[in-house]
Design a protein around this ligand. Structure first.
Ligand code: MRU
Length: 375
């Protein structure tokens, strides 16, 4: 794995108190700059602006956000509520927040003073971070093994959407971690990288990660995927997930569902890679998943060149673009869901750290989450 000069996320003690330092993903690939969060308000703004993003990392960041509130003597319950609802779709965010809040609360209820309870919260956030890293290593290995069975061509041509590597995880990531494993084994011909409109997580972030890994890759406009399938140039599709419902429906970055339809039409495996923390048995069906709607300006404008020290987003704007190049007439309406939902029958397999399920059904999803199932 390429080593980043700037960690994706780190806890730091400063003379002014602890901070959560984030690699500001809105500035990539132009520069690797840190964004300092000294409380839940900063972190909520960073989450909404996508300075920190991707389902597993949102859970880890949310957990640290609760620890930060505790360490700074802020109202932990209020901070946790704000953090848990900063973005609605990735279930990992609320799960990470509630897990660390629960540890803090148990310590307080057990008679710990606020300082001791804050230390417990930080230890829990660190444990979550560590577990996520371990999960990504296991998913990479299991996903690579699965592709070995599903794909006969060597080396393989894999297609991915959005960004799913070290920028979204405490470790190596989800789908991209599998690609990295395939690449390390000398079995990757080319990674097809969907640009992932409107915020270009593919062109900006996956291409950045693929460059660092030394992979052969090509960025394509999202709409070009169809002709790539038709030309027989895709051996498998690998994506991550923001939430997997009890029926096996998969919410992921908008544009994932059309890829699943294309993959089915062309007989290409469509594989989802996600930690078990992304499965939400409380969400019964795909239609119950709340899909975040983002500002119209993300569609009507494209990124302005990012200059050093200036993000195309400002955390204070809560996700509203404050620059960018207008590509639609002023006042144009836009449809901008951040995610879409792929029905389970279009998903060949879900790879988790606990194992692979295929077919993806209510029964296999429940089995994955059963307490008797171990890694
Ligand atoms: O809006 P984003 O950039 O947070 O969306 C991220 C994705 O859709 C990822 O594919 C997803 O979180 C799964 S991989 C970690």
């Amino acid at each position: 794995m390429a080593d980043h000069g700037v960690p994706v996320l780190r806890w730091a003690d400063t003379p002014e108190g602890p901070v959560l330092a984030l690699l500001d993903q809105t500035r990539l690939p132009a520069e690797e700059a840190e964004l300092m969060c000294s409380g839940a308000d900063d972190l909520v703004a960073a989450i909404r602006a996508l300075s920190v993003r991707g389902a597993p990392l949102l859970g880890v960041a949310g957990g640290y956000g609760v620890a930060l509130a505790a360490a700074r003597g802020h109202d932990v319950a209020e901070a946790a509520d704000r953090l848990a609802s900063a973005r609605p779709t990735a279930v990992n965010l609320a799960a990470g927040v509630r897990r660390v809040e629960g540890a803090y609360r148990t310590a307080v209820d057990g008679g710990a003073g606020t300082e001791r309870a804050a230390a417990v919260a930080l230890a829990e956030a660190r444990a979550l971070h560590e577990e996520d890293a371990e999960a990504s290593t296991r998913m990479a290995r299991l996903g690579h093994g699965l592709l070995g069975e599903l794909v006969s061509r060597r080396p393989m041509r894999l297609l991915t959407h959005c960004n799913t590597g070290i920028l979204v995880s405490g470790g190596r990531g989800t789908a991209f971690a599998v690609v990295a494993d395939v690449h390390a084994a000398g079995e990757l011909d080319r990674l097809w990288v969907d640009e992932t409109r409107p915020l270009l997580q593919g062109a900006r972030l996956t291409a950045y990660e693929a460059t660092r890994e030394g992979m052969r890759f090509s960025v394509l406009a999202d709409g070009a995927a169809g002709s790539l399938f038709a030309a027989g140039q895709v051996d498998a599709v690998l994506i991550g997930a923001d939430r997997i419902a009890a029926d096996g429906s998969v919410a992921n970055k908008v544009g994932s569902y059309p890829l699943a339809v294309l993959a089915r039409h062309h007989g290409v495996p469509f594989v989802v890679v996600a930690p078990v923390t992304t499965v939400d048995l409380e969400t019964k069906r795909g239609g119950d998943i709340v899909v975040e709607q983002r500002p119209a300006q993300e569609v009507t404008h494209v990124f302005a060149p990012v200059s050093a020290g200036k993000s195309p987003y400002h955390p204070e704007s809560r996700g509203e673009r404050d620059d960018g190049i207008a590509v639609a007439p002023a006042g144009a309406d836009a449809y901008n869901p951040a995610f879409d939902v792929t029905p389970p029958e279009l998903v060949t397999a879900v790879v988790t750290e606990r194992g692979v399920i295929s077919p993806v059904t209510s029964e296999t999803v429940a089995g994955l989450c059963s307490p008797s199932r171990t890694t």
